[in-house]
Design a protein around this ligand. Structure first.
Ligand SMILES: CNc1nc2cc(C(=O)NN)ccc2[nH]1
Length: 376
């Protein structure tokens, strides 16, 4: 990035109730919001070519600092020209900071004021991650939107643990901001924590807004709490976030989670569900989820969705997909991943159009009716 690189910016195009549609402008391209970011954990959206991901309408993908620092390594990534060049993705990339992955993947050694010490889930080697190192690694990756390092707790959790993690995350946000400095064309997002305690969520949001960051994520959700609690936390936090900056709900979610959260003012999402479910034989469709492993598909010659412009949804029979899944064939994972990401990106495009046209409530209702029909 050079100094004349334009700063990353966000423009709202329309609102419908609390829902918004707009565009984030980055030097590597526009991000249409509400946006779904396919998860490209270790530098690949599993079972997909980058060109396919782009053609489905994804403007941005997510990479995980935790995985990439362990393999291939942050300094090696930089020597190879950064993640965009290595994985042949020329659009924006958002990187999570590692906080959640350390909690969910590694044999956590300890968290202290300075940072987190953890053992790699790959080879058991010990690693240290501080807020400063997380920002350094995200810079070496070449990340366009970088996330602060935070401490994420699973729910249910003791209020004292939730409060301690939220306050540590705020102190780490300040250190990340200092470490990030001024990087025109790149953004640092804060992460609102506070578990399922409204007062802590509000305190976290207000303190982060005081740091004047480029965007605000709501983290620490979809970690075991009921959807109602997740939605209540979004409703609690949303009024305290600036309307002119993007809101990103981390790790969410099912199509219903996304529709509900967009309705409450969320602009960005990431979730492993469409890609992971695809690898396990599950297809997302406008009539709900379909488990292609189920014998009832063995002679069903219908495609998943003959109206889709995605070949995986339109050109292959359920019988064939069932055969591939039962035979554990690689093509089964490829086609179902392709279908699922096509479904998610189609849902986002429909949400953006519905908001632009002021008909989000009606769209949400008819979409939920389609899912309820089942027999996807
Ligand atoms: C699948 N659920 C889920 N919750 C997440 C929360 C975070 C977070 O708070 N990062 N700082 C990240 C990924 C998540 N994935």
């Amino acid at each position: 990035m050079t100094e004349e690189t334009p700063a990353l910016s966000f423009a709202l195009h329309a609102v419908d109730g609390a829902a918004r549609t707009g565009e984030i402008t980055t030097p590597r391209g526009q991000i249409r919001t509400p946006a779904f970011m396919p998860v490209g954990t270790a530098g690949t959206v599993k079972a997909m070519y980058p060109s396919q991901v782009r053609d489905l309408g994804a403007d941005i993908v997510l990479g995980n600092t935790y995985h990439l620092m362990l393999r291939p390594g942050a300094e090696r990534l930089a020597r190879l020209g950064g993640l965009h060049r290595l994985m042949r993705w020329d659009g924006p990339i958002l990187t999570d900071s590692g906080g959640f992955q350390v909690m969910s993947l590694s044999a956590l050694r300890k968290i202290d004021e300075e940072g987190v010490t953890f053992r790699s889930h790959i080879d058991g080697s010990t690693h240290r991650m501080s807020p400063e190192r997380s920002i350094e690694i995200q810079g070496l990756i070449g990340s366009d939107i970088q996330m602060q390092l935070d401490e994420c707790v699973r729910l249910p959790a003791e209020p004292a643990a939730i409060e301690s993690a939220m306050r540590l995350s705020l102190r780490w946000a300040e250190r990340c901001r200092a470490a990030f400095g001024e990087q025109p064309g790149r953004a640092l997002f804060g992460i609102v924590q506070g578990g399922d305690i409204p007062a802590l969520r509000v305190e976290s949001a207000r303190a982060l807004v005081g740091l004047d960051l480029k965007g605000y994520a709501i983290g620490g959700l979809a970690v075991g709490e009921p959807q109602a609690v997740m939605l209540a936390m979004i409703e609690t936090v949303e009024p305290h976030l600036p309307a002119e900056k993007p809101r990103y709900l981390m790790g969410v979610g099912t199509p219903d989670d996304i529709v509900q959260a967009v309705t409450r003012g969320i602009d960005m999402f990431d979730c492993v569900m469409p890609t992971r479910a695809g690898r396990h034989g599950l297809a997302y469709t406008s009539h709900g989820r379909v488990n292609l492993r189920n014998a009832r598909h063995a002679e069903d010659i219908r495609p998943l969705d003959e109206t889709s412009d995605c070949p995986a949804a339109r050109d292959y029979s359920r019988a064939y997909l069932h055969h591939l899944v039962r035979s554990d064939e690689i093509l089964g994972m490829m086609l179902l991943t392709w279908n699922n990401l096509a479904y998610y990106q189609g849902l986002m495009a429909s949400l953006r159009a519905a908001i632009r046209e002021g008909r989000l409530a009606a769209f949400a209702e008819e979409t939920r009716e389609g899912w309820a029909q089942g027999e996807g």
